[in-house]
Design a protein around this ligand. Structure first.
Ligand SMILES: Nc1nc2c(ncn2[C@@H]2O[C@H](COP(=O)(O)OP(=O)(O)OP(=O)(O)O)[C@@H](O)[C@H]2O)c(=O)[nH]1
Length: 413
């Protein structure tokens, strides 16, 4: 049990449970929650219970108590009614509404979960949680591929080591090589989308253990042998060979080797509790990996984004000043404005101004009135530019009106 109660002085690790509908996410959450509560009961002075968040707005009831529940802030049924949406649109909009409160959520999480930095002289503070558990909607794509899912995950990862637990229904997934491959490809897409360490949790091992799946992952020859067996069985039934599908699966089993190496794999039965210890050992491993590899990468990205933001601000100011340069030179209202008794072409765009200036310079003629007016323009524009720049800086850039968008920019590429 020691592995699940890691050092309470370090920030808790956030475990985000994702998986296809029916894979057993909620049952798994209940199991690991119960396991952590048990550790807490065994040594209440050193271990705190986990901090639990439910992000599934459509779930009717959860078999565990949540500290933060999306259903407390968003009424999924009302959202569907008000915005005239179907079930998936309702979940997506509820998540979007919830993510607008991400600042408050992160504030609560940091206050409740980060170890307090009290001086040694003061009374010992109660232990802080070692784990934050998050349950997500069964419609996996709604969470992983939405902007709100990205906001939630990137905010979480900017404050806590964050690990994705991808729950797999073992009996269903190992029923055929193509189902297995589809599930692995889905896991890959989540890994690359979230860019967070991932643990593959082969659930329901009380029905079928994970050994076959693990063998398929570790040894592509055994996967190809299973594929050949399936083809032979299909041919026997008169269904023909695997055709392009089997050669595709064959090649993919070779390509995926690199991906499998990046993952931790565990077998768990959420029903009996078998394998939960192994899961927490994998979490500890992934936490170290997060600190070693992912955090520096996040930091680098954050710094890069700050630099980009400053550059963007500078570009905005320059573009704006360019536009104003046109309008200050373009006096008059028509395409042609009268000057000195003759009609003179007026600039309408930046390139017009540049062309006209080039013509003037080539002719060597400079109007003294215009020269003075130009000096005034420069002074006026410099003052204006300084005011705009300071306004933009105060606002944090013209595009930074939404705090939530700020979060994405700060943490994601
Ligand atoms: N035998 C067995 N059944 C399990 C296990 N874990 C979950 N189940 C069953 O699988 C079904 C789905 O479990 P849930 O926990 O509701 O799955 P979910 O992924 O949360 O489902 P959604 O909320 O629809 O996304 C339930 O009938 C569970 O009892 C397990 O380890 N072993």
């Amino acid at each position: 049990m020691a592995s699940s109660t890691s050092n309470p002085q370090q920030p808790p690790v956030a475990i985000v449970c994702v998986g296809m509908a029916g894979s057993g996410k909620t049952t798994f959450m209940q199991r690991i929650n119960a396991h952590l509560y048990q550790s807490h009961q065994q040594s209440p002075s050193t271990t705190a219970p986990p901090y639990v968040m439910n992000l599934d707005p459509a779930v009717r009831s959860v078999p565990f108590e949540s500290n933060i529940d999306i259903r407390d802030s968003v009424n999924y049924k009302e959202v569907m009614k008000q915005y005239n949406l179907g079930p998936n649109g309702g979940i997506l909009t509820s998540l979007n509404l919830f993510s607008t409160k991400i600042d408050q959520v992160m504030g609560i999480l940091e206050k409740r979960c980060l170890p307090s930095k009290q001086p040694a002289t003061e009374a010992k503070a109660p232990p802080s949680p070692t784990h934050i558990l998050l349950d997500t909607p069964g419609q996996i794509e709604v969470f992983v591929w939405s902007a709100s899912g990205t906001i939630l995950l990137s905010s979480l990862a900017s404050s806590f080591p964050t690990v994705i637990a991808y729950i797999i229904d073992t009996p269903r997934t190992t029923a055929s090589t193509s189902t297995f491959m589809s599930n692995m490809l889905y896991a890959i897409s989540i890994l690359y989308k979230t860019r967070l360490p991932m643990i593959l949790v082969f659930n329901k091992t009380d029905v079928k253990d994970e050994s076959e799946a693990v063998e398929w992952m570790r040894d592509f020859e055994s996967f190809q042998a299973a594929l050949r067996e399936e083809e032979a069985a299909m041919e026997e039934r008169g269904g023909g060979g695997g055709g392009y599908m089997s050669s595709l699966l064959n090649s993919m089993s070779l390509v995926l080797e690199e991906f499998y190496n990046a993952l931790s794999v565990v077998g768990v039965s959420s029903m009996t509790g078998d394998g939960v210890e192994g899961f927490f050992e994998a979490v500890e491993e992934k936490r170290q990996e997060f600190e070693r590899e992912y955090q520096p990468e996040l930091e680098r990205k954050r710094k890069g984004m700050e630099g980009m933001k400053a550059e963007m601000r500078e570009r905005e100011v320059r573009r704006m000043m360019g536009d104003m340069g046109v309008s200050s030179k373009a006096k008059g209202t028509g395409k042609y404005a009268a000057k000195g008794g003759k009609l003179e072409e007026e600039a309408e765009t930046v390139s017009d101004v540049e062309e006209m200036e080039a013509e003037e310079a080539a002719s060597g003629l400079v109007d003294p009135d215009e020269e003075m007016a130009e000096e005034e323009d420069v002074e006026f524009e410099d003052g204006l530019k300084a005011r705009y720049e300071s306004a933009l800086r105060e606002q944090g850039g013209p595009a930074a009106t939404l705090k939530s968008a700020e979060y994405i920019r700060r943490t994601q590429g």
